[in-house]
Write a protein that binds this ligand. Structure first.
Ligand code: SPD
Length: 308
C-alpha cells in the first residue's frame, strides 16, 4: 500500500444516503467543458482516473475489469468483427481492447466531448496505450446518436461505453429505445451490441432493469452480465444484445482457443473460464429484469435524481 497523502477527496453520490470517496494526491487536469465537468486525478491506490460530473469513469488500477468484458464479450459472440464502433469511450480503453482483434479493420470512437478525449490522450496513456495512433482507429467528436443514425448495416460490434445518464448530462438520450433502434439498424445482421447499463447492486438496480427492458424491446436476444469494478462501488451491469440467440454456456476450452487465435495482445481478466463465469447472470438480477416492463424513450428518458 503506497503512503496515503490525500488532501482532496472525490465524493461520488451513489444515492442520497450512500457515498463513495477516493482520496486524491494530485489533480492533473480539471475544467468545465461545454458538456460536463471533468477531472483527471491521481489516487494513491487506484492510479490515474477520469471523473466526469462527479462520477468516477475509469482508472488505471481496475479499468481492465471493465474494458475487457465490454469489448471481448460482444466480439467473441460475433466471432470475427471487422468494424467496431465505440460510442463514448474517450479514455481509449475500449479502443485498445478492440484493436487486439486481428480481424478488426476499423474502430471508430465517437465521443461528444473533444476536451475529454484530449485530456485522456495526454494524461491516461497507461489506459489507451497509444491506441489512438493505430492506423485502424478513427476518432469522431460528435453526438453518437447522430453519427449512428446516419449509417445502416455497417457495424459488426457497437460498444456503448457511455457516462451514466446523469440528469442534464450528455449521455441520457443514449439510453432510450430510439437510440437502441438506431444501433440495431446501424449493425450488420450478425452484429452484436453491448451497453454499460448502470449499477447491478440489488438496491440500486432500477435504472439497470429499465435499460435492460428498453434494449429487450428492440433486440430479439439480450443477456446481462455483471462484472465487478471496485471503483464503481457495486457490481456493474452490461446488457449484450443481438439478432440471434446469445450463447450463455460457452465451452471454456473453445473460448481459450478462440482468444489465442483471434487476439494479438494478452488479457488480464478474461479467459475461457472467466468468460463462462461472467455469462452466468446472478439469480436476483434475472428475477429483477424479468419483472421489468418500463422502457426509456426520448419522451421519457432516464432521470436518475427521481430515485435509484
Ligand atoms: N459510474 C461509472 C460508469 C462508467 C461508465 N463509463 C466508463 C468509461 C470507461 N471507458
Amino acid at each position: 500500500m503506497p503512503q496515503i497523502d490525500a488532501d482532496f477527496w472525490i465524493t461520488e453520490t451513489l444515492s442520497p444516503v450512500d457515498l463513495y470517496q477516493h482520496g486524491i494526491s494530485r489533480v492533473l487536469a480539471s475544467c468545465k467543458t461545454p458538456f460536463q465537468e471533468m477531472y483527471v486525478v491521481e489516487s494513491p491506490t487506484y492510479g490515474r482516473a477520469l471523473v466526469l460530473d462527479g462520477k468516477w469513469q475509469t482508472c488505471t488500477g481496475d479499468e481492465f475489469l471493465y474494458h475487457e468484458p465490454i469489448v471481448h464479450l460482444p466480439c467473441l459472440l460475433h466471432g470475427s468483427p471487422k468494424r467496431v464502433l465505440i460510442a463514448g469511450g474517450a479514455d481509449g480503453g475500449a479502443l485498445r481492447e478492440a484493436l487486439k482483434w486481428k480481424s478488426v479493420e476499423e474502430v471508430v470512437v465517437c465521443d461528444l466531448d473533444g476536451d475529454v478525449v484530449d485530456a485522456c490522450r495526454e494524461h491516461l496513456g497507461a489506459i489507451h496505450q497509444g491506441a489512438f495512433d493505430d492506423s485502424r482507429a478513427r476518432i469522431v467528436v460528435r453526438d453518437a446518436f447522430d453519427f449512428i443514425a446516419a449509417e445502416q448495416g455497417r457495424w459488426d460490434v457497437i460498444v456503448a461505453d457511455l457516462t451514466d445518464p446523469v440528469e442534464d448530462g450528455p449521455a441520457y438520450k443514449l439510453f432510450t429505445r430510439e437510440f437502441y433502434d438506431a444501433c440495431r439498424k446501424a449493425m450488420t445482421p450478425a452484429g452484436v451490441f453491448i451497453n454499460q447499463a448502470g449499477s447491478a447492486s440489488p438496491v440500486f438496480d432500477s435504472q439497470l432493469a429499465r435499460v435492460a427492458a428498453t434494449i429487450r424491446s428492440v433486440f430479439p436476444a439480450t443477456h446481462l452480465v455483471s462484472p465487478y469494478v471496485p471503483t464503481y462501488g457495486s457490481p456493474w451491469g452490461f446488457v449484450i444484445a443481438a439478432n440471434r440467440p446469445i450463447e450463455s454456456r460457452p465451452d471454456p476450452t473453445a473460448i481459450d482457443e478462440r482468444l489465442v487465435d483471434s487476439l494479438s495482445g494478452a488479457l488480464r481478466s478474461l479467459d475461457g473460464a472467466a468468460v463462462l463465469g461472467l455469462m452466468q447472470t446472478p439469480k436476483y438480477l434475472r428475477e429483477r429484469l424479468a419483472g421489468e416492463r418500463r422502457v426509456y424513450t426520448l419522451a421519457d428518458p432516464p432521470q436518475p435524481k427521481a430515485g435509484v
